[in-house]
Design a protein around this ligand. Structure first.
Ligand SMILES: Cc1cc2nc3c(=O)[nH]c(=O)nc-3n(C[C@H](O)[C@H](O)[C@H](O)COP(=O)(O)OP(=O)(O)OC[C@H]3O[C@@H](n4cnc5c(N)ncnc54)[C@H](O)[C@@H]3O)c2cc1C
Length: 379
């Protein structure tokens, strides 16, 4: 494998760096989990999109640059190294968009992707339910056929930023008599402001109000907002999940940037010997994840699918992130929670890494069964 980038790729990297240098807000934006921060991040999405930096790997007709996967990875490295704002549009951009590109209709792509690219419409993921998290196929929210569309009824939960988002995508049971739980499910998109939708914030550990549960009471969705064939939503959702666990949600750029911040912190605090190995482990881990991702990207470029390997990514990045933040807080001591740094806030978010996008226990089962060929565990 050739790990050198071409002069054209390096020129792309330089262009990204220059743009970010000129545009990244000097002071950090307020948290995107608050109403004010959500609005500020939405405006940032528009600024990125105005110069076509919000979705570099998308086709240009939808607002991208046709940059390809490797340049997207380069973009992400520069983005996080520049300490640019978190992406409030990420659920739409990284989960729904690839799904539409692979399984949507041209009409859906043309209607949905451009407003997504510029933050005009921000999407929430409405998959989990109170009794359907790890065992997603046991979901109960239903879609019932009606004239020209479907009526959605049920409860969704743990929906990131749904309190302020505009629309959501999720799976619904459209055939309650299907032989198996993952059959008879339909993948639909709906407006969070439609009649029949109630959005109720759920308190998070950090007290920010954007996380929410959704109550749906006969919410009408027209036929054009069904993705793929009705009743065949599971297969499509699993392709989305591969994106979520794998490289699209967590490009190595953000862990490389965090590991470098940790190293800076360690140096600033006088290079305490007690933390040296942990800081080195974080740097090595971030670099290993970067190389692993390049390998995964080159497999995708060769036409292979993300497959169960994305579970390896998921376990690796979430545990790396957690260890890295724990090290930072140990280094800072009691100061970590009091002083004006964002390590404590980022640590609280890192705590959720082993849970969202499918818990690490479940990912380890997938690795054991599908990659290592071990017998199925007792459930
Ligand atoms: C910060 C955050 C953001 C999220 N954002 C979203 C979002 O935007 N949209 C959305 O739809 N969902 C979201 N989720 C939900 C997330 O996907 C679920 O929390 C996750 O799938 C686990 O489901 P659960 O919480 O119901 O836990 P459960 O499935 O009830 O699991 C509880 C525990 O039991 C373990 N367990 C369960 N089954 C097994 C098994 N078979 N073998 C071994 N261990 C098992 C789990 O690993 C876990 O430790 C988010 C969650 C968090 C924490």
């Amino acid at each position: 494998m050739d790990l050198a980038f071409s002069p054209a790729d390096e020129a792309f990297r330089a262009e990204v760096r220059e743009w970010l240098h000129a545009h990244v807000p000097r002071a950090p934006l307020p948290s995107l989990e608050t109403e004010e921060g959500f609005a500020a991040h939405r405006a940032w999405e528009a600024e990125l999109a105005a110069d076509r930096w919000s979705v570099v790997n998308w086709p240009s007709r939808y607002g991208g640059r046709d940059s390809g996967l490797l340049r997207w990875l380069l973009f992400e490295e520069e983005y996080w190294a520049a300490d640019a704002p978190g992406r409030v549009g990420q659920n739409g951009i990284q989960l729904l968009a690839p799904t539409l590109l692979d399984h949507g209709t041209e009409e859906q792509r043309a209607r949905i992707l451009p407003p997504m690219a510029c933050g005009e419409v921000i999407w929430a993921q409405a998959w989990s339910e109170p009794e359907a998290g790890s065992d997603l196929a046991s979901l109960r929210a239903r879609a019932v056929r009606t004239d020209g569309g479907w009526l959605l009824t049920g409860q969704k939960t743990w929906s990131s930023r749904a309190a302020f988002a505009d629309r959501a995508f999720g799976l619904f049971r459209s055939d309650p008599d299907a032989a198996r739980p993952h059959q008879g499910l339909t993948y639909l998109m709906f407006s969070l402001r439609a009649p029949g939708v109630t959005v109720r914030p759920i308190a998070r550990l950090d007290g920010k109000p954007a996380f929410a549960e959704l109550f749906l009471d006969e919410v009408f969705v027209p036929d054009e907002d069904v993705i793929g064939e009705p009743g065949r939503g599971w297969r499509i959702a699993m392709a989305t999940a591969g994106n979520e666990r794998g490289l699209m949600l967590r490009s190595p750029g953000r862990f490389l940037a965090s590991a470098r911040r940790l190293e800076e912190l360690w140096r600033r605090l006088g290079r305490p010997a007690s933390a040296r190995d942990r800081v080195a482990d974080a740097l090595i881990g971030a670099r290993a994840y970067q190389l692993f991702t390049y390998a995964a990207a080159s497999r995708l470029l060769d036409g292979e699918e993300a497959g169960p390997e994305s579970s390896l990514n998921k376990v690796f990045w979430s545990e790396l992130d957690l260890a890295l933040h724990e090290t930072a807080l140990d280094l800072l001591g009691p100061e970590g929670e009091m002083a004006d740094t964002d390590w404590a806030e980022r640590y609280v978010f890192a705590l959720a890494g082993p849970l969202y996008a499918g818990t690490n226990e479940i990912q380890r089962d997938i690795i054991a069964e599908r990659l290592l060929g071990l017998p199925k565990g007792r459930r």
